[in-house]
Write a protein that binds this ligand. Structure first.
Ligand SMILES: NC(=O)c1ccc[n+]([C@@H]2O[C@H](COP(=O)([O-])OP(=O)(O)OC[C@H]3O[C@@H](n4cnc5c(N)ncnc54)[C@H](O)[C@@H]3O)[C@@H](O)[C@H]2O)c1
Length: 528
């Protein structure tokens, strides 16, 4: 871009350079903006300035280095510099759960606004991206206008973030929607300018009031958590009824009204967002006097936590009824694959619990060992999967990194003391592991279930309107072919009672960038 064009573009600050802020800053620089990232942690700022990502996120380090090299991306600790530099300030600081309550701890957001506000002496837009309880933005908007020398010329907007760790770059560059909570046409215009690139690429741009924008984020997380806990509740039922939850999930997922995303049964959700967001949402509903509206989220949370207890029970069963003197090898401790985030990680929780119950636990994770070691120094850490399971009486797959999904059961089998594995994510091909003489168990699949634990392999149920007509797959080669003009085909394609169902083979909004597809049959506990 020519220097004159550069100068005409909005100058952006990103306040808080954690998982969200760093991705946001680097992606905005890649879109051509000049960006200053500000954080109160000087060690983090120094690392980012050297081009070192302080956490693991595929593709982000390269983008960070490219931004620094272009001169469009820099980092600092000074709010005075931020106020002088920015036309637009994105608030990306953390909003963790409070110590002794379900509510969100807003001290980082408050600290950010209190530090920035008094320094804002010219018109600008402050845009909240952190996930906050509904009503927060309204309060902050008033405070900002009162404390900033520029007064109401310093406006507040809310623009919640939906990126998923492990996919942060793609989700930021090509978001599936942009929600702009604004109070003026000017604020909307600024947000449109910031997101001109993804908007041009087709991202829906939804303009709302501040409260609705805040709610979109927490409602989305509440829905995702509910979906994950729904299939995990079905896993509990399947175990009791000797049914197979993996096949149940696959069969349910073919209904487009239900879908396959977030329908993988397993150890449940964790991380720095979903658990604390649903709890903060419940706390906020109580404040608003609508507690019963969200009381189901308590059950969602309970189902999620029960999965961890069930995982420990299954591991103990395979260990012979007690962990005393047993050796357990753990594969994966990050809360999800392709991330080193261990915040509220179900995997790390299970590993630490089993250690506390008397086992010697050795952990391997492709990215999260450094963080895990700091949080749980009592566990042993290995440099590879084979090392982690060496001498193990029981092996646990707790985070479904590709490396573990592709692991060779024969190779790991040579290292262990006993070929016992619990697949906490229903991610392995059970038949392959059994063929290598492993005793394979999985959550939601009873020991005596036919086809137990197979993540795939059931009869497919398919259909689609091809050139010859509508093929209704009946399995076993008994396909019913209907001509396109056939009245039954017209009803199936054109609507009728089930008009809200997306037609098989017809890309719907979720298919726009392939997000809702799972070509590898790997259903994702996809989160924020
Ligand atoms: N991590 C995600 O995938 C994700 C996705 C969507 C939304 N969110 C939301 O985004 C927010 C940030 O999440 P995160 O995961 O990046 O958190 P994080 O803890 O990784 O990062 C927060 C950063 O803010 C810094 N900070 C704290 N107070 C500050 C201040 N006053 N000024 C400047 N910097 C300050 C911290 O030092 C830290 O680097 C949260 O509200 C979260 O719910 C996160």
């Amino acid at each position: 871009m020519a220097p004159a064009e550069d100068a005409a573009r909005l100058r952006i600050t990103v306040l808080g350079t954690g998982y969200l802020g760093t991705a946001h800053a680097a992606c905005l620089a890649a879109m051509g903006f000049t960006v200053l990232g500000v954080d109160i942690d000087p060690v983090r700022v120094a690392a980012l300035t050297r081009g070192e990502l302080p956490f693991y996120e595929p593709g982000l380090q390269l983008l960070l280095q490219a931004g620094l090299a272009s001169g469009r991306l820099s980092f600092g600790t000074s709010y005075a510099d931020a106020a002088a530099f920015g036309d637009v300030h994105f608030v990306c600081v953390g909003t963790p759960q409070r110590e002794a309550s379900y509510a969100a701890d807003l001290s980082q957001v408050d600290g950010c606004i209190d530090a920035l506000g008094p320094l804002l002496d010219r018109p600008c837009l402050v845009i909240g991206k952190s996930t906050v309880p509904v009503g927060t933005a309204e309060i902050l908007a008033g405070r900002l206008a009162r404390m900033s020398p520029a007064g109401t010329a310093c406006e507040l907007a809310w623009n919640p973030e939906f990126l998923r760790e492990g996919h942060a770059v793609r989700d930021t560059m090509r978001p599936d929607r942009i929600v702009a909570g604004v109070r003026s046409a000017r604020a909307e215009a600024v947000l449109r300018e910031v997101y001109a690139d993804p908007i041009a690429a087709g991202a829906p741009f939804l303009v709302t009031d501040l409260a609705t924008a805040e709610l979109v984020k927490v409602a989305a997380n509440a829905f995702l958590a509910t979906k994950i806990s729904f299939i995990n509740a079905m896993a509990e039922v399947c175990e009791a009824a000797h049914a197979d939850v993996t096949m149940l999930s696959e069969a349910l997922g073919h209904d487009p009204r239900i879908g396959r995303a977030a329908m993988r049964p397993g150890l449940g959700f964790g991380g720095g967002c979903l658990p604390k967001d649903i709890r903060a949402f419940m706390a906020r509903a109580e404040d608003l006097g609508v507690e019963p509206a969200l009381s189901f989220l308590r059950e969602v949370d309970d189902i999620n936590m029960r999965r961890r207890a069930r995982m420990v029970d299954l591991a103990r069963e395979l260990a012979g009824g007690s962990f005393d003197g047993r050796t357990v090898g753990v594969l994966g401790v990050s809360f999800k694959p392709d991330s080193d985030d261990i915040r509220d990680s179900p995997a790390l929780d299970v590993a630490a619990t089993i250690h506390a119950l008397g086992a010697s636990v050795t952990v391997y994770d492709p990215a999260a060992v450094r963080h895990a070691r700091r949080a749980h120094p009592e566990l042993k850490y290995a440099g590879s999967a084979v090392e982690a399971v060496t001498g193990a009486d029981v092996t646990l797959l707790l985070t479904e990194w590709r490396e573990f999904r592709d692991a060779d059961p024969e190779e790991l089998g040579k290292a262990v003391a006993r070929r016992n594995i619990v697949d906490g994510r229903n991610a392995l091909d059970a038949s392959r592991w059994r063929a290598a003489s492993w005793h394979y168990r999985a959550l939601g699949v009873g020991p005596g279930t036919p086809g137990e634990g197979s993540p795939s392999g059931g009869a497919g149920v398919g259909g689609g309107l091809g050139a010859q007509g509508l093929a209704l797959g009946a399995g076993g080669g008994r396909e019913l072919i209907l001509e396109p003009g056939h009245p039954v085909a017209q009803v199936l394609v054109g609507g009728g009672e089930d008009a809200d169902r997306q037609q098989p083979g017809v890309p719907g909004p979720a298919d726009r960038d392939g997000r809702d597809r799972d070509p590898g049959g790997h259903l994702d506990d996809r989160q924020q």
